[in-house]
Write a new protein. Structure first.
Ligand code: ADP
Length: 177
């Protein structure tokens, strides 16, 4: 049984097996949640990202994909880096890419043997996605994964940074039932 929960807080402080990072395709760090994860997790994460770039992802990680590294000094054991799409109104294909971020991240989490996973609101910061729309896509996708697969993951915890984003997520959760 996969339970979906949500909290207001900082994803770098979550005591879970894996935290999902809203990375960019370079995997070499950025702002927002990415910056916070690298700052708190320390240089080990960046070193692992550089190694991934050198070995498998010479051109970077494609949008909608996910890949794991160590979590360095974070309480979590792994960071799962995923690349969200930038928001562009009127381009419906982008919603599928955002959904893919959650599906792929949870697939990687299951492969790792993670049981608890914290996820941020991918693409809702620098990439400009309206929170309510992103929350619908995120929650629907995770609900589908929870129903449709045999995963070892028992908790997917949405971690919303601000009170406003948290309220929006809660209201979308009620709406989706
Ligand atoms: P993106 O480039 O995918 O938009 P951002 O990191 O800019 O990624 O933003 C994604 C979401 O993560 C935003 O809602 C932002 O407020 C939130 N965020 C930023 N820092 C943290 C953090 N430490 N923990 C959880 N969420 C965070």
């Amino acid at each position: 049984m996969m339970e979906i929960t949500s909290v207001q807080g900082d994803i770098t402080e979550q005591a879970v097996d894996a935290v999902v990072n809203a990375a960019n395709s370079s995997l070499l760090g950025g702002g927002g949640v990415d910056g916070a994860i690298h700052r708190k997790g320390g240089p080990e994460i960046l070193a692992a990202c550089r190694a991934l770039r050198a070995s498998h992802y010479g051109k970077g990680l494609a949008t909608g994909r996910a890949v794991a590294t160590t979590a360095g000094r974070l309480p979590a054991r792994w960071v799962i880096h995923t690349v969200g799409p930038r928001y562009a109104a009127g381009e419906p294909g982008r919603a599928e890419l955002l959904a893919s971020c959650y599906r792929e991240s949870l697939r990687v989490a299951d492969e790792l043997g993670a049981r608890t996973v914290a996820v941020p609101a991918v693409s809702t910061g620098i990439y400009g996605w309206p929170v309510r729309d992103a929350a619908r896509i995120a929650l629907r996708t995770v609900q589908e994964v929870a129903l449709g697969t045999e995963s070892q993951v028992v908790e997917v915890r949405f971690v919303l940074f601000g009170g406003e984003a948290f309220e929006v997520f809660e209201s979308v959760r009620r709406e989706l039932g």
